[in-house]
Design a protein around this ligand. Structure first.
Ligand code: ADP
Length: 198
């Protein structure tokens, strides 16, 4: 009941002209995508993504919230992972979280779309590689790292769209976990151009 179906939230707006895929294929992709406004640490999914820093040893923002909720074993495991470069993704257990795993990724500082795209791509690659099916993303880089919200949302949604097209069978649900009202408005405004509802 935490997960709001994107379908129920989005306004009905016609498709943008750049959709190449068959309409039925589009709708099947849309059914796998949700937005949820609130705390990512409450989500019971296979993996939640952490907007971490290179040390993987915790920090402020969503990183701090995830470490507090997961408990100290997350930090202990992360210390064995050898850090994480910008755009990479690393897997840990979920420990006291309702999520089974944490995927830590390090976003770029500032507006660097190639790096941000890699965060989403490598997180989803890891999900598929570990045979997991559901994932929730925070708005990577848009807090302390200062990536402007709307450009970041476009990169996030496009990267997910592309990955869902390529790994349709295995990925069951992708949740964009939005913490601020502004992010919710931005995602509601742009999702329909990547994941049409009709
Ligand atoms: P970064 O350093 O990558 O910018 P931040 O944690 O500062 O990471 O911010 C990333 C996003 O996570 C922001 O949109 C922020 O509002 C959001 N956020 C903060 N706490 C939580 C939380 N508990 N659950 C989900 N999102 C959160």
């Amino acid at each position: 009941d935490f997960v709001l179906d994107y379908k129920k939230l989005a306004p009905k707006i016609p498709l943008l002209p750049n959709h190449k895929l068959d309409q039925n294929v589009n709708i099947e992709l849309t059914k796998k995508v949700s937005i949820y406004r609130g705390d990512i640490t409450t989500l019971e999914v296979d993996a939640i993504v952490n907007a971490a820093n290179k040390s993987l040893e915790g920090g402020g923002g969503v990183d701090g919230a995830i470490h507090r909720a997961a408990g100290p074993f997350l930090l202990a495991e992360n210390r064995t992972l050898g850090g994480c470069e910008v755009g990479e993704a690393k897997l840990s257990g979920g420990y006291q979280l309702p999520a089974k795993y944490v995927i830590s990724t390090v976003g770029p500082r500032g507006e660097k779309p190639d790096f941000l795209r890699n965060c989403y791509k490598n997180s989803l690659d890891l999900l598929v590689e570990k045979q997991l099916h559901s994932i929730a993303f925070p708005c990577i880089s848009t807090g302390i790292y200062g990536y402007p919200l709307k450009p970041a949302a476009h990169v996030a949604v496009m990267a997910v769209r592309k990955h869902l097209e390529e790994n349709f069978a295995q990925i069951e649900r992708v949740i964009f976990c939005l913490f601020s009202e502004t992010d919710e408005e931005i995602y509601q405004g742009i999702l329909q151009s990547y994941f049409p509802l009709n």
